[in-house]
Design a protein around this ligand. Structure first.
Ligand code: ADP
Ligand code: ASP
Ligand code: MG
Length: 402
């Protein structure tokens, strides 16, 4: 079998962990499989590199930031290759460009265009374990690019797709995908299976256990993923198209604190205003999430929407001139909010899911500021200070048996 195994930063954080990963990889190799391994930077290396850059230049160019951040994964691949050699197995480390990753030129958020896997194939044919640096590629100018935080998951799925792998395993520091972040909610339960659509929502709504683009790609190429522990030998969670019917109405609760709320108060209540506002936001390349428009009163209305936390300031700048022109009463953003969501295909066919969620928040005396729903998720915006309590209360309402 051809197996792709991805190990995240905490799984290779120190020498002992690197040897642990090497044991898993070489065991898979010795069982007669072809093994391609994708690794992330050790522990907090990526954060540390970003901090180093900020000490020198808080606004370093994105090209140089990518050059810097890609260094973390270079260290991991070399160390892991040496660890495999130490255990008596031939291994070769490859950077993103050597492994054939071509991306577009959007530094720090590059999209993979193609993975030309000839070199990986050639090394596998030489009976080597191939260890690829996750999170990175090269653009048409031959410059190093990175795929965005958490991007190594996507590197692994891209290789699995390009090489038609039999298995794609994502090893991490928890045992799988849980009903809530197991580090925050001690009663969270591991799921045996979750659908691509549910996992995609969950990843997008803040559960960083898988990067959302990796799930999107896995769905597109029908690659079944397994999320499992790099330390314990126990079954993990399968991410796939269809899962067996379970009685679970929802699969998981997620929290996202990477949100800012932009508010425009007192704008004229007339046609075309929303169009003009959101055209300006789009021109500034800001992704808008939840939008709320108040009922018009005295010829004016309010529009509130959310954007990623780091883009709040940019959004307000993009709108300032237009809002002055409209004589809006107030234009501002705040980041003291969080989004708490429940996800599950089961809610589509069951009534009472929303009321159970809102009841749990009400019992915990947590005020809901905005609500947004789709077929398989319900999200609420609340004060950031209440976020962990809200996750616990909602999780309790759906998963803890009284
Ligand atoms: P890696 O370094 O292996 O890529 P990440 O830190 O990116 O690992 O993702 C794993 C983390 O995701 C876990 O340590 C856990 O705290 C967090 N997490 C959040 N929500 C969930 C969830 N529903 N199930 C499992 N883990 C979750
Ligand atoms: N090292 C990168 C990050 O910290 C990529 C990854 O971990 O997937 O975001
Ligand atoms: Mg990750």
């Amino acid at each position: 079998m051809l197996i792709v195994q991805k190990f995240g930063g905490s799984s290779v954080a120190d020498a002992e962990r690197v040897m642990n990963v090497a044991r898993r990889v070489t065991d898979t190799y010795r069982a007669g499989n072809e093994v391609v391994v994708v690794v992330s930077a050790q522990g907090d290396t990526t954060d540390d590199l970003i901090a180093k850059a900020k000490e020198i230049n808080p606004n370093g160019s994105k090209r140089e930031m990518d050059m810097l951040m890609a260094a973390g994964e270079q260290i991991s691949v070399a160390l892991l290759a040496m660890a495999c050699e130490q255990l008596g197995c031939p291994a070769v480390s490859l950077l993103g460009w050597q492994a054939g990753f071509s991306t577009n030129s959007k530094y720090s958020a590059a999209r993979i265009k193609t993975v030309k896997a000839e070199r990986i194939r050639a090394e596998l044919d030489k009976k080597k374990i191939v260890i690829v640096a996750g999170f990175q590629g090269i653009n048409k100018y031959d410059d190093v690019t990175t795929l965005g935080r958490g991007g190594s998951d996507t590197s692994a799925v891209a290789i699995a797709a390009a090489m038609n792998a039999d298995l794609c395993q994502i090893y991490t520091d928890v045992e799988g995908v849980y009903t809530a972040d197991p580090r925050k909610v001690p009663t969270a339960r591991k799921l045996d299976e979750i659908t691509y659509d549910e996992m995609l929502e969950l990843a997008t709504l803040g559960a960083q256990v898988l990067n959302n683009r990796s799930v999107e790609m896995a769905k597109k190429y029908n690659i079944e993923l397994e999320v499992l522990s790099s330390l314990k030998h126990v079954p993990g969670t399968k991410v796939k198209e269809v899962t067996k019917m379970e009685k679970m109405l929802i699969k998981s609760v997620a929290k996202d604190t990477d949100v800012a709320r932009v508010m425009i108060v007192g704008i004229p209540d007339e046609p075309g205003i929303a169009f003009k506002i959101f055209s300006r936001v789009a021109q500034a390349h800001v992704n808008v999430d939840i939008i709320l428009q108040s009922v018009g009163r005295d010829g004016t209305k309010d529009i509130t929407f959310t954007v990623p936390a780091g883009e709040g300031e940019r959004t307000v700048e993009a709108l300032r001139e237009y809002c002055d022109h409209l004589k809006a009463k107030k234009l501002f953003y705040d980041t003291e909010i969080a989004k708490v969501s429940i996800v599950g295909a089961g809610m589509e066919t069951h009534e009472g899911v929303a009321s159970r969620m809102f009841g749990a928040l009400s019992d915990a005396n947590i005020n809901i500021q905005t609500i947004s729903t789709s077929e398989i998720k319900i999200s609420v915006l609340i004060d950031r200070a209440d976020a962990d309590r809200a996750v616990a209360a909602v999780h309790h309402a759906f998963f803890d048996e009284d």
